[in-house]
Write a protein of this length. Structure first.
Length: 254
């Protein structure tokens, strides 16, 4: 290729809009430049395998079936629903995110071809992802009916959320979850550290920007969960993305 041809090709690539998706193994997934999480997720096969793994997580731990009602908060560009479609075909699924561009992608590439999947933008303030959103207060509620959800899934959401919003979410989860409802979430959890820290110094990751690392002391976060009426049914330490921990909860019905 001549130098002139190479320059023209670069100019054309800058002018033309980027293709926002990749087709792989019968699925449409977001293009690498749109994917969040670590650099390993830029690999198409790794991304697709991780999507299937998250769907399997709900099946194995929460007995998720095609009849289950799943709420995915912080759905991003649809990693979980992509996995669900591949493993279960369909569920009654709702995906929510404070990032409107992520919702736009999911609506175009997932919802239009899967009638049991729907996506909603949550215009809630988040210093990292939605600075112009509305701040949650004591009256905060999700736009969902009471007892309308069986499983709530939040991957790498509370790791970028203030404690105030964490508590606001937990409070309304008890309303929207049906009896015996289940929750899975990840965040940074350690022992022998301050109860709550934002971007702690000398931690396992180098902080970059607001709310990059939200860390809880283990017993402190467990006490919050108990306060809001949840039982811990499983806990894994540091085996999720970037060393986050995984927490599996059941709603108490008393």
């Amino acid at each position: 290729m001549s130098r002139k041809t190479n320059i023209i090709s670069k100019v054309i690539r800058k002018i033309l809009p980027k293709k926002g998706y990749v087709k792989i193994s019968g699925s449409i997934i977001p293009s690498p430049d749109l994917r969040w999480c670590g650099p390993e997720f830029k690999d198409d096969h790794y991304y697709l395998k991780s999507a299937e793994g998250e769907a399997n997580r709900l099946v194995e731990h929460f007995q998720c079936t095609s009849d289950s009602r799943v709420l995915d908060i912080g759905c991003g560009q649809g990693r979980l629903p992509i996995g669900i479609i591949r493993k279960l075909g369909s569920v009654n699924y709702t995906g929510i995110d404070v990032d409107s561009s992520s919702i736009d992608w999911c609506t175009q590439y997932i919802e239009q071809n899967n009638t049991s999947f729907r996506f909603k933008h949550l215009d809630l303030h988040n210093e990292r992802y939605n600075k112009k959103g509305i701040k949650a207060d004591e009256q905060f509620r999700f736009d969902l009916e009471s007892k309308s959800v069986d499983i709530i899934y939040l991957y790498s959401v509370f790791s970028h959320t203030t404690e105030e919003d964490f508590r606001a979410y937990l409070k309304d989860f008890s309303r929207i979850l049906d009896d015996n409802g289940k929750i899975f979430f990840t965040t940074f959890i350690e022992e022998d550290v301050p109860n709550f820290s934002i971007n702690p110094e000398n931690y396992q990751l180098k902080c970059s920007g607001p709310l990059h690392i939200v860390r809880y002391e283990k017993e402190y976060i467990f006490s919050i969960l108990k306060e809001f009426g949840y039982s811990i049914i499983h806990f894994t330490h540091r085996n999720e993305t970037n060393g986050q921990s995984g927490v599996y909860l059941s709603k108490n019905n008393s």
